[in-house]
Design a protein around this ligand. Structure first.
Ligand SMILES: O=C(O)Cc1cc(O)ccc1O
Ligand SMILES: [Fe+2]
Length: 453
């Protein structure tokens, strides 16, 4: 594994037309599909958008491989069937639940579990948007996974993942994310022996960088910080290799006698990629009021309605808090969008305890939520000492979606479900007084911080 980890090369850029050769000269120069390809390779196109999608949305890549991906035995339903993977959400496997839900981190199992076995669905909607988690303690051996249904956004939380793909390899550490678009075959190994994380799956859309509007041309996630792999291939016989294909929410397997990672060169703009969340350039309040979390959007998967996301991937990274006479933690709110949150490390600003790294919370459409009692009381106790402060050592994130998720039965019955979650708000007491103290507070806050002088 150490040898595998060394010297990984990436190509920077988001949405670029990349090209990469593991052997110089492997890429046809003047056309995509020559009569005979250089080095005797097969040409194969992978289309991530319909052929006729508008040019600015069109995504496809050309792979030049030792054998084409079609060379395998027929697909058969996978045995054993996967019990915790759901994609058609209905009353048989899930229910809606408007209450605030929170889960403690799942344990990584003791029994040998690779990424495919360790992938489980927490919640989702229709057949169009899902959130999964995974826990794994062994690499995928002689097998590759292919999601024919949609794109995977990986958010490892503990333990790195080594992802071999048809375009090359990605090493993804907690604090980084990776996107494996629909249809790419990939295999996951675990350099640290085990890994746990979150996965969002989207159907029918790909991730884009958000528009920056009045922020301007720079800020948030910079295109050059996204890294695509460079061509890498395996050759030779692999007598018992299995392709596991998720297709219509069900798993199928097919045997072949070679590695699917046999692409010697490729070019195109449909690629897996990774991004280090620590490179995010956050924008934030510099005078008053807590801004909406959309300002921290890393990637967005749009719906047809302008500004309405199938999935926004939003982060809450380390940053300075400087707002004056402002309640700095998230405000209390209800949202027509549904919010699934996870914590990669540290503590989240709205929850003093109970929201643990590796855990998750779900505040569905119009379900009220906000800071817990401890956070609220501690914040207003500091009303006269609001010096600039830095949030450090934390990385939380949110999958925010226009769809209303159904929650899988097993997730509602899980021993990791925190039945006392509601208690964190029960202690919020009335501070109501008919005589407002606001004006005096404002004045003393500004004087004490010195920040506005
Ligand atoms: O609910 C949450 O903690 C996420 C969130 C954070 C924030 O700063 C503002 C709104 C919001 O939904
Ligand atoms: Fe929220």
């Amino acid at each position: 594994m150490g040898e595998k980890l060394a010297d990984l090369q990436y190509q920077p850029g988001f949405g670029n037309y990349f090209s990469s050769e593991a052997i110089p000269g492997a890429l046809p120069r003047d056309q995509n599909s020559p009569l005979v390809c250089p080095l005797g390779l097969y040409a194969e196109q992978i289309s991530g958008t319909s052929f006729t999608s508008p040019r600015k949305l069109n995504q496809r890549s050309w792979l030049y491989r030792i054998k084409p991906s079609v060379t395998h035995e027929p697909f058969k339903p996978r045995v054993p069937a996967h019990t915790r993977l759901v994609s058609e959400f209905d009353a048989s496997n899930s229910r809606t639940n408007p209450t605030q839900l929170r889960w403690r981190p799942e344990d990584v199992p003791d029994s040998p579990t690779d990424f495919v076995d360790g992938l489980y669905t927490v919640c989702g909607a229709g057949s169009s948007f899902l959130r999964h988690g995974y826990t794994a303690n062994k690499g995928m051996k002689d097998s590759a996974f292919c999601n024919a249904d949609g794109d995977f956004l990986f958010v490892p939380q503990a333990g790195r993942v080594w992802i071999e793909t048809e375009c090359g390899r990605l090493l993804v550490s907690p604090g980084e994310i990776a996107v494996i678009p629909q249809g790419f075959r990939f295999s996951i190994d675990l350099p640290d022996g085990k890994s746990r994380g979150y996965v969002a799956e989207i159907y029918g859309a790909h991730f884009q960088l958000p528009d920056l509007g009045p922020i301007g041309a720079n800020g948030l996630a910079a295109p050059r910080d996204f890294l695509a792999p460079t061509a890498w291939f395996e050759e030779g016989l692999r007598p018992d290799y299995t392709i596991v294909q998720k297709f219509g929410g069900e798993l199928f397997t097919a045997k072949q006698d070679f590695s699917p990672f046999n692409v010697v060169a490729w070019h195109g703009n449909y690629v897996p990629y990774k991004y280090d969340l620590h490179k995010f350039c956050p924008y934030n309040t510099v005078l008053v009021d807590h801004g909406d979390p959309s300002v921290n959007t890393v990637l967005t998967a749009p719906t047809d309605k302008p500004g309405v996301a199938l999935l926004d991937f939003v982060i809450f990274p380390p940053r300075w808090l400087v707002a004056e006479h402002t309640f700095r933690p998230p405000y209390y709110h209800r949202n027509c969008m549904s919010e699934f949150m996870g914590l990669i490390y540290g503590a989240y600003e709205a929850k003093a305890d109970g929201f643990l790294p590796g855990g998750a919370s779900l505040h569905s459409c119009m379900t009220p939520h906000g800071p817990d009692t401890t956070t609220y009381e501690a914040t207003i106790a500091r009303v006269n000492a609001m010096a600039p402060s830095k949030l450090t050592g934390t990385m939380a994130f949110m999958f925010e979606s226009a769809l209303i998720p159904r929650v899988c039965h097993w997730a509602l019955e899980s021993p990791f479900l925190d039945h006392d979650y509601y208690q964190c708000w029960i202690g919020l007491k009335s501070h109501f007084s008919r005589i407002s103290l606001d004006e005096t507070n404002v004045e003393s806050t500004d004087k004490k911080t010195g920040a506005s002088e």
